[in-house]
Write a protein that binds this ligand. Structure first.
Ligand code: DMJ
Length: 560
């Protein structure tokens, strides 16, 4: 096991936020859910002397910290579900169709799999899997905010009731820190901010605390797997409670860039809501940037995907804006936006990273398609994963906030990448895109390997359509989104829900029997927003976490 050097609370969250949180914590004392002075456990069972909470000991005379929800709602610039002004009948009809798809996906999940993580729509039963450490109801938590935004009131109440009555956090299994964070913490936080229902906040905070031991490494970079049991309950029967370790498949005990780099949006909100700075201190971009990533040399300015949480050095030189790297970049620009453009360190890291990506990875095919290649120790792999297609939207979002000349340049780049991703759909028989497509040996934007021909209801391409629509209002993005709706209806809709397909290049595809929770959280939400007015979950007020859960921009300071 890694040596556990004691690491004391570091200058982590952006200074203003830290000060605000510390003041709140000073005034409030620790939140009731935190055991003051409790200790965390690290891999190998070594104890640390660092208190779990950064807040001072409780004093009975203090009122408990309470997040001012009403003040937060007043700080929003638009009603969360918009004002519904000025839309044409076709747009409304398309939006209603997507709402019907969401209802269908939810109703079938509810009927056949409520309380399991996902629906198996062919066999009409539930799937649990091993990603969430014994947590259940991934689809419920992922669906909450989409149901709310679509005004599926009855269905939202059903989902809320399940969270209140059946969502059990008292589990003791190995979970992906990243997946639990983006789906459960993100889903609960968004549900709370949208509705003000306390149950979502308290569940998010309780679960957030269970993730903290993962950060107890010599560098503070968390490991990928965490046992969700409480370390105080460790015993002969649950010897791993509260311990964390790296994925068996990750080289040399490394942590994954897209995993440890995709925590801080949610963790900043856990601090905001609890008044406890510990979450922000563990996961802020300052922690990532100042403490670790800015110290280690980056090959040609690029960020490899595998980093040792013990030494803080890269373990392998594979760079990708798709799987393993993707949401690290996304969270840099969104960190800056969510801080109301104050986290300038995150912005600089994003700008520098994008410059390096453009210089070394962005290529144009013989047929004129712009794509982002992967990089393996200096050698380019001319392949783009479906996951990498989120980058059109990200680059467009970032473009909004550069100087005029750079803005047009990045908007063009974003449009070209989104066009390429659309081509990967348009060139298939189903009009849905493969898991990965290549640009080599005469191939353009198509899968060349059998193992890459599947589509599992992923959102990244429609995510980029949504951002491109909002930022350019070019009608082709709505048109492309509607093509996806039709293809989903034709090839993925089955009797009891929606299913992924095994081969996008055949019009009679076999189904994979899985309705992924991100289909409800992301794919259907982004499609719906594509046919909404811009003030529904306005980009002025919200950033979407990487699972499409809206988290509010922190402009409480400037408004309330
Ligand atoms: C989602 O869980 C998230 O979007 C994540 O960032 C990447 N993979 C899936 C969807 O494809």
């Amino acid at each position: 096991p890694a040596a556990a050097e004691p690491r004391h609370a570091s200058p982590a969250a952006p200074r203003r936020l830290r000060e605000k949180l510390r003041t709140a914590a000073r005034m409030a004392g620790p939140p009731a859910h935190t055991a003051p002075g409790s200790r965390q456990q690290v891999q190998g069972g070594e104890r640390r002397d660092e208190p779990v909470t950064g807040a001072p000991p409780a004093r009975e005379t203090r009122a408990p910290f309470r997040f001012d929800y009403e003040r937060f709602r007043r700080s929003l610039r638009h009603p969360v579900r918009g004002r519904r002004a000025g839309e044409d009948p076709e747009t409304r009809a398309r939006r209603m169709k997507i709402k019907e798809m969401m209802k269908f996906a939810w109703d079938n999940y509810k009927q056949y799999a409520l309380g399991k993580n996902e629906l198996r729509p062919l066999t009409k039963n539930g799937h649990i899997g091993n990603m969430f450490g014994g947590l259940r109801g991934a689809t419920v938590v992922d669906a909450l905010d989409t149901l709310y935004i679509m005004e599926l009131e009855e269905e939202f109440q059903e989902a809320k009731k399940w969270v209140e009555k059946s969502f059990d956090l008292n589990v003791n299994g190995e979970a992906s820190l990243f997946e639990v964070n983006i789906r459960y913490i993100g889903g609960l936080l968004a549900a709370y901010y949208l509705t003000g229902e306390e149950v979502f906040k308290s569940k998010a905070l309780e679960l957030g605390e269970k993730l903290l031991p993962a950060f107890n490494t010599p560098t503070g970079i968390p490991r990928g797997v965490i046992n969700l049991g409480r370390q105080e309950t460790r015993s002969l029967f649950s010897p791993c409670s509260g311990m964390s370790w790296s994925w068996g498949w990750a080289s040399a005990g490394s942590s994954i860039l897209a995993e440890f780099g995709t925590l801080h949006l949610e963790f900043l909100h856990l601090s905001e809501l609890s008044g406890n700075p510990v979450f922000a201190e563990k996961a802020s971009t300052s922690q990532l940037g100042l403490q670790v990533l800015n110290r280690v040399e980056k090959p040609q300015g690029l960020y490899p995907n595998f980093l040792s949480p013990v030494t803080g050095n890269w373990v392998q030189h594979h760079v990708s804006i798709g799987g393993l790297g993707d949401s690290f970049y996304e969270y840099l620009i969104k960190s800056w936006l969510m801080s109301d453009k104050k986290d300038s360190e995150a912005k600089k890291m994003y700008d520098d990273a994008l410059e390096a990506i453009e210089k070394h990875l962005v290529k144009k095919s013989a047929g004129g398609l712009t794509y982002i290649a992967e990089w393996r120790g200096g050698i380019l792999d001319h392949k783009m994963g479906h996951l990498a297609c989120f980058s059109g939207g990200m680059i467009a979002l970032g473009a909004e906030h550069t100087g005029e000349e750079r803005k047009q340049h990045y908007l063009d780049l974003a449009a070209e990448i989104t066009h390429t991703c659309h081509e990967s759909y348009a060139r298939s028989d189903t009009k849905l895109g493969p898991e990965a497509f290549r640009f080599d040996a005469g191939t353009e934007a198509m899968a060349t390997r059998l193992s890459e021909r599947y589509y599992i209801l992923r959102p990244e391409v429609v995510e980029s359509y949504m951002y491109m629509w909002r930022l350019t209002h070019d009608p082709k993005y709505r048109q492309w989104g509607w093509e996806v709706v039709k293809a989903l209806e034709k090839h993925c809709r089955v009797e009891a829900g929606f299913s992924g397909i095994r081969d996008v290049y055949t019009t009679t595809p076999a189904h994979d029997n899985m309705q992924q929770s991100f289909f409800l959280a992301e794919t259907l939400k982004y499609l719906y927003l594509l046919f909404c007015e811009d003030d529904v979950l306005s980009l002025d007020d919200w950033v979407f976490n990487t699972e499409a859960h809206p988290l509010p921009v922190n402009h409480t300071n400037s408004k309330a």
